[in-house]
Write a protein that binds this ligand. Structure first.
Ligand code: C2E
Ligand code: CA
Length: 281
């Protein structure tokens, strides 16, 4: 049943979609070995004049429940693809990661729509990776066709929040993923917990064994970064590297990041010594 509060929020969201009150921010994902910018993850934001800032964790499920998700997805994707072209013009060349709701995947023609959008905005499909949550990939049989269509078109597929679902290993084996994003819960206590280190190391090895890119999300400390680099994790993302950025902030961030990365991975000799932990330390 829809509560009065939910209806109020829903009306606000409908207004926001019509009045262009939604906007996208972009969080850099960088290579763990040399810090180069690999991709940005597009994240939707809603700042309402009456309701204040509302996080996507609240309004995306609302859009899903009330038939607004396709509109939201298409608006967000079109906005992000256009933004990609703007970055190209500035000499930046990040790939683009975009979160897709399970419901949008239920339309068999969705891959064609995404391909048409990429063509229309002159973005190579190979530069796009769709991020799907484990729950979003069910039922497997039903989505297999759609996911395969994306791959045939050259679009990458990342399994998001990996490690939190219950049938993730089966999904990894059966579905045509290209990237595994390790849930930030496991990254949070990486430096303190031997168990987390064991799990994360196993996930990185698992991803590599299956020929997939291993990405760690929610990296917040230099210590976590050092451990992930030791484990051979491919891509890192989190507040340590960058907060989600407004589009015009990406170029200045990229310029600063090159110098900062060197300091992150090679702290000056007089700074606090960092133990190099292994999964079994
Ligand atoms: P997600 O895909 O797991 O996205 C990562 C979330 O972690 C983002 O929250 C990001 O701001 C946050 N984050 C990034 N680095 C760190 C860090 O170092 N520490 C911590 N504690 N958090 C970090 P956000 O933007 O609030 O998004 C929440 C969720 O909403 C996303 O989770 C995603 O599932 C969904 N979402 C966001 N944008 C969209 C969208 O455009 N479409 C759809 N369908 N879902 C979206
Ligand atoms: Ca994501």
């Amino acid at each position: 049943m829809t509560s009065a509060a939910e209806l109020h929020l829903l009306e606000g969201l409908e207004r926001a979609l019509i009045n262009h009150r939604l906007f996208m921010v972009y969080q850099p994902k960088v290579a763990a070995d040399d810090g180069r910018l690999v991709r940005v993850e597009a994240l939707v934001r809603w700042d309402d004049p009456q309701l204040g800032a509302i996080g996507p964790a609240r309004f995306v499920p609302l859009a899903e429940r009330h038939g607004l998700i396709d509109q939201l997805t298409q608006w967000g994707l079109r906005t992000s693809l256009r933004q990609w072209r703007n970055w190209q013009a500035l000499g930046l060349d990040p790939g683009l990661a975009f979160n897709i709701s399970a419901l949008s995947l239920e339309h068999l023609d969705f891959p064609d729509l995404v391909e048409r959008m990429c063509r229309g905005l002159d973005v190579p499909t190979e530069r796009l990776v769709l991020e799907l949550t484990e729950g979003a990939t069910q039922p497997l049989v039903k989505l297999m066709d759609t996911l395969t269509r994306f791959r045939i078109k050259g679009i990458g597929l990342a399994i998001d929040d990996f490690g939190t679902g219950y049938s993730s290993l089966i999904q990894l084996r059966q579905l045509p993923f290209t990237e595994v994003k390790i849930e930030r819960l496991f990254i949070r206590d990486l430096a303190q917990s031997r168990d987390s280190r064991t799990i994360v190391k196993a996930m990185v090895d698992l991803a590599h064994g299956l020929g997939l890119t291993a990405t760690a999300e929610g990296v917040e400390t230099a210590e976590q970064l050092a451990i992930l680099r030791d484990f051979g994790c491919d891509v890192v993302q989190g507040y340590l590297i960058a907060q989600p950025l407004a589009p015009e902030e990406l170029a200045p961030w990229a310029a600063r990041h090159k110098r900062r990365w060197k300091l992150l991975v090679n702290p000056p000799a007089n700074s606090q010594s960092r133990p190099r932990l292994t999964a079994n330390a």
